[in-house]
Write a protein that binds this ligand. Sequence first.
Ligand code: PAF
Length: 284
Amino acid sequence: MKIVPSLTDISQLTSSWKKQGQTISLVPTMGCLHEGHLSLMRKAKDMGGKVIVSIFVNPLQFGPNEDLASYPRQFVIDCELAENEGVDAVFCPENKYMYGDSFQTAVTVSKLSQGMCGKDRPGHFDGVSTVVAKLFNLTRADSAVFGQKDFQQLAVIRQLVKDLNFPIQIIGSPIVREDDGLAMSSRNKYLHGDSRQQALCLYSSIIAARELVTESRDKILAQTVIEQTKEIIARAGAALEYAVLKDESTLLDDVVVSSDSILVLAAKIDGTVRLIDNGRLFPD
Ligand code: PAF
């Protein structure tokens, strides 16, 4: 497996692969890889060509009071994990080369970046969209795999690809959970003891919402699900940032629960650790 820190080298490597007729699948990450990321790599491997994992803690997507400095980093372990999955190259650019002194461009997906995480993290999705556009250009990937845990991020990236005509296929990959249901996240490293226990309230809210809709014969208002979610999160002692019911195909807010409804939520655990999760309310 090649470890490629240089922007020029990654472009040369991918050009040589293209000349050989290879396709390229990209798994963009910020490192601190866990089983969720590994599942993305396996999906990328299934595409049949070369696989690149990018590891770059993107400063543009962190707000001033967020955890950029303390974001967990474990580069050597990450490279071992990627190599074990048969990844062909890890692209690990340095910040000063990704964003030189004269850098001044931002990619904005205006409507989808508002609300939900966009409300609590102003500028976050501009940072994500900008880095993802750069990664697509640098790697010339034919496909890229993203986790469905980041529901809004996936929607923003799909829109970006459509609007800017990137010749790339975006693949969403299902959430991977710990045995007790906690969605895998690099930020789970911040959780210990009581806070780890408290964090289960996100998944419990999804399960409770599923029970509510499957046990009812009548139509259920989205507001009823949201009120129940608020109660569960508050009872656990966490702080709900948002809970919304979205129609998975239109991405619009649901008023009434339907077979396409997906509960999307974010909560702060122990006052500090911000976690997100989502789940369909009806079985597939
Ligand atoms: O999901 C992430 O880890 C990041 O937002 C991404 C897509 C790698 C962009 O920095």
